[in-house]
Design a protein around this ligand. Structure first.
Ligand code: NI
Length: 181
């Protein structure tokens, strides 16, 4: 395993359509998944797609975020190969996103609130499940990478785009002024 360098916006691999993985149980795919997880945790990030590390293949890794309360526990994560998503209903949520390929920036992005997802684990297990909220957001963001789409393409209001620390400071200032009322 080794840390991989993450491509940044402007690299054409990030704008390509990734190819399906022919054999999810190929040991090279498993090794790549391990390195992607290690790279994601080191970044740190909550998701990473194979095109971001220069492999135009339909594979993502992501944190399973239900464990966020257990700070001392090792993070739970999965690799999902040839993932497919489908919206459940039409409810849209707006939420903040960033991307390791677009360092430092954050913006508000609309995503489906609930989705089903399907794919394969590197051990050949078929996955079919549902996700909502932030987990659903991660999945939609990462699968977009497989189709050459960055979160910026999904934004509806570029006035929300900014640098993480400035957005955090603005949110804290707004909170203080609320508290003062
Ligand atoms: Ni991203």
């Amino acid at each position: 395993m080794s840390l991989l360098s993450v491509l940044r916006m402007g690299d054409p691999v990030l704008r390509g359509i990734a190819a399906p993985v022919v054999d999810p149980t190929d040991s090279a795919i498993g090794a790549l998944a391990e390195s992607m997880m290690e790279t994601m945790i080191d970044a740190p990030g909550v998701g990473l797609a194979a095109p971001q590390i220069g492999h135009s293949l339909r594979m993502i890794v992501m944190r399973l975020i239900s464990d966020r309360s257990g700070v001392d526990e090792p993070p739970r994560m999965i690799a999902l190969i040839n993932p497919e998503l489908e919206a459940i209903g039409t409810e849209i949520e707006f939420g903040w996103e960033g991307c390791l390929s677009v360092p430092e920036l954050r913006g508000v992005v609309p995503r489906y609130a609930r989705i089903t997802y399907r794919g394969w684990l590197p051990d050949g297990t078929r996955v079919e499940s549902e996700a909502e909220g932030f987990q659903a957001r991660i999945l939609q963001h990462e699968v977009d990478h497989l189709d050459g789409i960055l979160y910026l393409d999904r934004m509806r209001d570029f006035a929300t785009l900014g640098y993480g620390p400035e957005i955090q400071a603005a949110a804290e200032a707004a909170q203080r002024s609320d508290d003062a009322l």
